[in-house]
Design a protein around this ligand. Structure first.
Ligand code: 3EB
Length: 325
């Protein structure tokens, strides 16, 4: 099987003093509880998130490629690209925009400017990390305001019928931010047969339903990468297993299996066996219990990054996203 054109690495800064990849082949780096690492060349895109690792350590996520990447900045979006892929990241300027939804819309419009300027047609995966995600702001929850701003920009600029995979999680260290991967062709979108599509959630969850697909498949040169969106204990559109950690873990894994099954139907090539999971925990103390379930479901060799996060529904205890290639 040909090699994937990109890969993700999770680096523990307590142990790392060097890059695991060639510095000119880095698309971008993302920090959790840490600023730009000394070993990262200054021209490589780096963005700090408001999330911290669940065990308090500092972690860096690196997206590497199989070809030299060129750093590029367009407006406020910092990124890098090669012939096949682009990475970009932007901090939200909430004070400058006046409201969260205006800041989100402006940031996403900046992302579309970046895509136009670099010649990339389609975002294939978004990560949205927001501060105080479930807090009320002038009568409307911040996550609901975020959904309004995102959809405003998507309806103006997204050139595909359905949005790609995404995660939307809260943290409290520094400003809200967004990062993404993009390609020349839109990713194929995949839904979860056990769940109502997020973009069809009823208005009880907010005036604007969340614009993301449950998964997206990026295909290039016979290699397919599956990006599974943040996945939680939601069936239909309802949260199940309130205050029940084992129940939410089992339901989340059932949802991951269901969306994976749907993706296998939608894929044109066999998906690889390498998984990387990002696991958001409401309470870092859940880690051991979740880790045992992940070992059993995905195998002990499955890579994982545990983060302390606030889910966009306060009753969700955890959320898991995945890359499979
Ligand atoms: C859910 O299933 C949980 O707003 O981009 C998961 C993944 C969730 C992405 C987003 C939200 C988002 O509704 C929340």
């Amino acid at each position: 099987m040909p090699n994937p054109v990109f890969a993700v690495h999770y680096i523990d800064m307590r142990a790392a003093d060097a890059l695991p990849v060639s510095p000119d082949m880095i698309l971008g780096a993302v920090g959790y509880g840490v600023g730009r690492p000394d070993f990262l060349p200054p021209e490589c895109p780096f963005i700090a998130t408001p999330l911290v690792p669940a065990d308090g350590a500092a972690m860096v996520e690196i997206w590497s490629a199989d070809a030299v990447c060129r750093p590029v900045q367009v407006g406020q979006v910092v990124g890098a690209c090669n012939g096949d892929l682009a990475f970009g990241a932007i901090m939200l300027d909430e004070a400058g925009a006046g409201s969260l939804e205006a800041a989100v819309e402006r940031a996403y419009l900046g992302i579309f400017e970046f895509l136009d300027a670099t010649g990339f047609a389609a975002p294939i995966r978004f990560w949205n990390y927001l501060t105080a995600i479930t807090e009320d702001e002038d009568g409307l929850e911040r996550y609901r305001r975020f959904n309004i701003g995102r959809q405003q920009a998507f309806s103006a600029r997204l050139r595909q019928p359905l949005p790609p995979a995404a995660s939307g999680v809260g943290g409290n260290l520094g400003p809200s931010m967004i990062y993404f991967l993009a390609a020349h062709e839109p990713a194929r979108t995949v839904e979860n047969p056990r769940q109502v599509s997020a973009y069809q959630y009823p208005p009880v969850y907010g005036p604007q339903s969340p614009s993301f697909s449950r998964a997206s498949i990026h295909a290039l040169g016979g290699v397919e990468t599956l990006f599974i969106s943040g996945t939680a204990s939601i069936v239909g559109h309802k949260t199940l297993h309130l205050d029940d950690l084992p129940g939410q873990i089992a339901e989340t894994i059932a949802n991951l299996r269901a969306v994976t099954g749907a993706a296998e139907q939608a894929a044109t090539a066999r998906l690889g066996d390498h998984w990387a999971l990002k696991i958001y925990l409401h309470d870092a103390a859940y880690r051991q219990t979740v880790d045992q379930a992940v070992d059993a479901a995905f195998g002990a060799e499955c890579r994982r990054l545990y983060l302390r996060g606030d889910m966009c529904r306060a009753e969700l205890l955890l959320e898991i996203e995945a890359v499979r290639q």
